[in-house]
Design a protein around this ligand. Structure first.
Ligand code: PRT
Ligand code: ZN
Length: 284
């Protein structure tokens, strides 16, 4: 049995449980967070914790792995390693100053009082950049600190940037990019290692599929060669004859990012009836 710590209730919880569900793993009590939950069809037990406690829990070997924001993992400075990046809960840790602050360069941070819930990461940044500023540690609602005269600037999570704007702040330095990650600590027994590999295999298949689309199109036979050149595919496209003479159906997989670029070229080459559908799982 593998044990994994995940966030009890917060921005990571729903996406984490969805990822596990997409991996075909179901839990007793549905997805209702309690302290613990065991999977009904996979040797996995989930422990629901506050995200701040997850790195320590993994480092101490209380659980075999954890799913947490890279930002929290870096801030806690525990002996854990990131074994997979999961592509959700993306955000960045940035320094922001009041909108009217005439910010030119990092030198302008010297002498400021910067509020944050991430004192270690901010301290490291200030040290490596040779900036002499003081750190005011606040546990929440950091963005209000400059407005009430508690700090000159803040160092906090930014996602869309709208929280900064609504508090009269502007982002001036991005210090770290973050997303949800799986972390691991102490070495595992061969049995647990095998379960972890099985879980990672499923997670990679689900996440890989999110970046690709399955494409189907109809092509005149004399355009097939050109269309096959345009479509990168995993190996090469599948081509099947249509009932209509002189035409074929072409199936392949393309990267989501390439979709709009390729569509134009495919149409120009003579493709018709182009369909793109999401892929559930993808094993290469
Ligand atoms: O209760 P617990 O301690 O478990 O949770 P928490 O309140 O400490 O964390 P939670 O659930 O808010 O966030 C968990 C993780 O989600 C963070 O550690 C990040 O890795 C990630 N994440 C992704 C975010 C955001 N996006 C985000 N936008 N965490 C927080 N925010 C907040 C941010 O603090 C700021 O107040 O949203 C605001 C900024 O958002 P924008 O869109 O206005 O820029
Ligand atoms: Zn937290």
């Amino acid at each position: 049995m593998l044990t994994v710590a995940i966030q009890k209730s917060g921005r990571l919880s729903e996406a984490t449980l969805k990822l596990l569900n997409d991996c075909g793993i179901s839990f007793r009590n549905g997805n209702t967070p309690k302290l613990k939950s065991s999977a009904t069809n996979f040797p996995l037990q989930i422990l629901f914790l506050r995200d701040d406690d997850i790195p320590e829990c993994v480092a101490d070997g209380i659980t075999d792995a954890g799913i947490v924001g890279e930002n929290v993992c870096a801030e806690k400075e525990k002996p854990v390693e990131i074994i997979e990046r999961l592509g959700f809960a993306q955000c960045r840790l940035s320094i922001a100053v009041p909108r009217e602050f005439d910010y030119q360069s990092q030198e302008d941070l010297n002498g400021l009082n910067i509020a944050t819930s991430y004192p270690n990461l901010l301290g490291q940044f200030l040290k490596t950049q040779n900036i002499r500023a003081s750190i005011r540690e606040i546990s929440g609602s950091v963005e209000v600190a400059p407005g009430i005269g508690w700090a000159d600037a803040i160092f906090d999570i930014v996602s869309t940037g709208s929280t900064l704007i609504s508090n009269g702040l502007k982002e001036v330095e991005t210090v770290m990019e973050s997303q949800a990650v799986i972390i691991a600590g102490k070495p595992l027994s061969p049995e647990k290692e095998a379960i972890r590999e099985k879980l990672l295999f499923r997670i990679r298949a689900v996440n890989r599929a999110k970046n690709y689309k399955y494409i189907l199109l109809n092509s005149p036979n004399d355009a097939l060669e050109r269309i096959a050149e345009i479509l990168p595919g995993i190996k090469s496209p599948t081509v099947m004859p249509l009932a209509l003479e002189g035409w074929s159906s072409v199936h392949t997989v393309i990267r989501e990012d390439d979709f709009w670029e390729l569509i134009e070229d495919l149409k120009d080459a003579g493709a018709q009836g182009i369909l793109a559908t999401p892929i559930g799982k993808m094993v290469v």
